[in-house]
Structure formats: structure tokens, C-alpha cells
Design a protein around this ligand. Structure first.
Ligand SMILES: Cc1ncc(COP(=O)(O)O)c(C=O)c1O
Length: 392
């Protein structure tokens, strides 16, 4: 029996190494990676620039603490603010922590304006992480019930329903922010409507609410630009990210601009490891690789290569209810039972994921070649073909 707490239902595969878009298990079997460690290894496995940055920094200075100036952190903050237009960055170690920082920032912003019980609007199907604040912001009572009581200060509305949020301006005087994922990842790879986001931006401006984008999954090149908001043209006040930021080295960031950038003062928030020299060196290497190689622009061609091949290999189009997503967040909602999709794909040599019931989620790396993308699309269709032909 494993000595680990069984918080994950693990697949019986362990990997020894990876290179580019390929992973190799302990017996040497090769798999095409259509998941990137859940949107983390956007530059593929063992990327030489990231590996070199980590090794060099680890052999020079691993950690000093945030009691001192950390030049690698200053450099990364400058790089991120230059590309995003955000003005200030707080570094942490994960997506949930980045969102905790955003939640604290929004509450502080409210208190600074004399708002009692500052409240954040969150959406149905949202996923923001597993720490207590992020969990309360996430939808899905199943995930929350064992950990009740939930943190208060959130009000939940349906996604893509601007009228529902407008109603809150009449019923609640204590709203300070709206927090959302521009493409809801765990909730089924659901892009929010552009009109909705435009309307929300306007509403937040009118109400002096902060618009906070959780780009933990959508960010760092995945949606075809550095951050999805840059592609959509809707600029948030607060931006949280993690996952692909370190390409596998843990790091998260909460960025802010305008009034939101001036909220946090010394002593308000902190973390021992956040933005440590190794993490920041890794993230700068990721950032520079994304920039220099214009890798964000690969998202759409890879998406097309996967989906084109998927559709030509698929036997029965009625097995697919909808294809959703943006760039390299691909959701294929299928009509067949989802329980064996992941294991069947593994048997055929590919790593995929299923989320929100029966949506096949593909999060392949930006370094995937067109041939590999086509191979992935072929395998995913074969999985659907195989399972749809099985008697129920
Ligand atoms: C949109 C979003 N926010 C937050 C998180 C939590 O990130 P982490 O697991 O790094 O805490 C996730 C993880 O899947 C996510 O997809």
C-alpha cells in the first residue's frame, strides 16, 4: 500500500523521463503528451533553456528569503509587467496561492474604500484551486462539502449572464471584484463569451469593481498569446497565473494594475518561497523562450492540426457533442461514456484528460510539431471510435 494520502486516484503509469512532447515510462514505452502535466510544460519536457536556467541558479544560489532584494525576481517582474501592462507583481508557488493573493487584494481594496464585508462575484463552473479561499471561490459543492464551513465573502452567478451580475448592483452594496477564468478549464473548457467580458469590463469600471482574471491555466502562451486577455483585448485589473509560468518549476504570480497595484503594503501578505531565485530564473527562461521563438503563435496551427485529423479519423460525428476552447485549450465533449477514455488513450500511446463529466481535455505543449499534433488527433479519434463501438 502506498504511504501517500490517497488524494489522487492515480493511473498505474510512472514516467522516467520526457523530451519535447514525448514521455517515457519506466519500462521505456513512449507516449505522446496531450496534457503537459495539466497545462504546465507548455515548452515541452526537459526544455534546454529552462533546464540550464534551473541548474545554473541552483548551483549559484538557491534561496535567500523575501527579506532581501532578489534580482531574479525583480527581473521577472519587469518582464511580466512589460508584456502584460500590469504594474506590480506578487510571486508565490502555485495557482491557488496566486488566487489567494488576488482574493486578499480585492478584500483589502474594499476595506480601503470603506466597504464592509467586501464580496467577490464568482461564476458557476469556476475552478480556482483547493486552498480555503480558492475553494470557496470555486463552484461544485462536492469538492467543498467535506471542508465546510466555506470562507464567506463570495456570491456566485451563472457564467455568461451579464444581467445576473447587474442585478447584484441593486441587491449588494459590498461587491468589490469579479473573479473569473476567461476559459473555464476544469469546468469543461468553456470560453466565456467575448460580449460578456466586454460588458463586464464596462460594469466593473462603472462600479469601481476589480476585474480579476484567473489565468493559471489559460496563461503563458496556452491560448495563443502570453495571456488570454491579450488575445481577447479585455484588460483585467488583477491577473493571477502559475502552471506554465515555470514549465514545471513551481511558481505563481498575482499581478495588478491601476488602483489595484497600490493596495498591498509591507506586512500585508507574504510567503517564504515565493519568487525564489531558482523559480524566477526558470520563469524568465520560459518567458524569453516564448518571446524569442514566437511560440504563442503556434497554438492555433497545432489546434487545427489536431482537430483536422481528429475529424477525419472519427467514424461517427454524432459521438461528439461540441468542440470548445481557445488555442491549445481544447475540449471535445463526447456522447460516449467517459470512464475509459484516458486508459484507452494510454493503451494507444497518448496522454489525455477528461474533465466535467465527458469532455476530453487536450492541453498539448506549444512545441508540438504538426506531425505530432496530427498523431494526437488521430489517437483521440481512435479512442472515441473504439469506445463508441463497444456495446453498453
Ligand atoms: C484556473 C485555475 N486556477 C487555479 C488552479 C489551481 O492551481 P494549483 O493547482 O497550482 O494550485 C487551477 C488548477 O488546475 C486552475 O486551472
Amino acid at each position: 500500500m502506498s504511504a501517500l494520502m490517497p488524494t489522487y486516484k492515480r493511473l498505474p503509469v510512472a514516467f522516467s523521463h520526457g523530451e519535447g512532447a514525448r514521455l517515457y515510462d519506466l519500462s521505456g514505452r513512449e507516449y505522446l503528451d496531450g496534457l503537459s502535466g495539466i497545462a504546465v510544460t507548455n515548452l515541452g519536457h526537459s526544455h534546454p533553456a529552462v533546464t540550464a536556467a534551473i541548474c545554473e541558479q541552483a548551483s549559484t544560489l538557491a534561496h535567500t528569503s523575501n527579506l532581501f532584494v532578489i534580482p531574479q525576481q525583480e527581473r521577472l517582474a519587469s518582464e511580466l509587467t512589460a508584456i502584460t501592462g500590469m504594474e506590480r507583481v506578487f510571486f508565490c508557488n502555485s495557482g491557488a496561492e496566486a488566487n489567494e493573493a488576488a482574493i486578499k487584494l480585492a478584500r483589502h481594496y474594499g476595506h480601503d474604500r470603506g466597504v464592509n464585508n467586501p464580496t467577490i462575484v464568482v461564476l458557476e463552473q469556476a475552478f480556482h484551486g483547493r486552498t480555503m479561499g480558492a475553494l470557496a471561490a470555486s463552484a461544485g459543492t462536492g469538492m467543498q462539502t467535506p471542508f465546510a464551513p466555506m470562507l464567506g465573502g463570495f456570491v456566485r452567478v451563472a457564467s455568461n449572464d451579464l444581467a445576473a451580475i447587474k442585478v447584484l448592483t441593486q441587491t449588494h452594496s459590498n461587491i468589490v471584484a469579479v473573479m473569473l477564468e476567461p476559459v473555464q478549464g476544469e469546468g469543461g473548457v468553456r470560453p466565456l463569451d467575448l460580449d460578456y467580458l466586454i460588458g463586464l469590463r464596462q460594469l466593473c469600471d462603472e462600479q469601481q469593481w476589480l476585474l480579476m482574471f484567473d489565468e493559471v491555466q489559460t496563461g503563458n502562451g496556452r491560448c495563443g498569446d502570453f495571456y488570454a486577455f491579450m488575445r481577447l483585448g479585455i484588460v483585467p485589473d488583477v491577473l493571477s497565473t502559475a502552471k506554465g509560468l515555470g514549465n514545471g518549476f513551481p511558481i505563481g504570480a498575482c499581478m495588478a494594475r491601476g488602483d489595484a497595484a497600490a493596495v498591498m503594503t509591507p506586512g500585508d501578505h507574504g510567503t517564504t518561497y515565493g519568487g525564489n531565485p531558482i523559480a524566477c530564473s526558470a520563469a524568465s527562461a520560459v518567458f524569453n523562450t516564448l518571446s524569442r521563438q514566437s511560440l504563442c503563435s503556434r497554438a492555433d496551427p497545432i489546434r487545427s492540426a489536431i482537430l483536422d485529423r481528429f475529424h477525419t479519423t472519427l467514424n461517427d460525428p454524432s459521438t461528439v457533442r461540441e468542440v470548445r476552447g481557445l488555442g491549445l485549450m481544447i475540449g471535445i465533449e463526447v456522447t460516449i461514456p467517459a470512464t475509459e477514455i484516458v486508459t484507452t488513450a494510454l493503451t494507444l500511446g497518448a496522454i489525455v484528460n477528461v474533465t466535467a463529466g465527458n469532455t476530453i481535455r487536450l492541453l498539448p505543449p506549444l512545441i508540438m510539431s504538426d506531425d505530432e499534433a496530427s498523431e494526437l488527433g488521430h489517437i483521440v479519434a481512435q479512442v472515441v471510435n473504439t469506445l463508441s463501438e463497444r456495446p453498453l
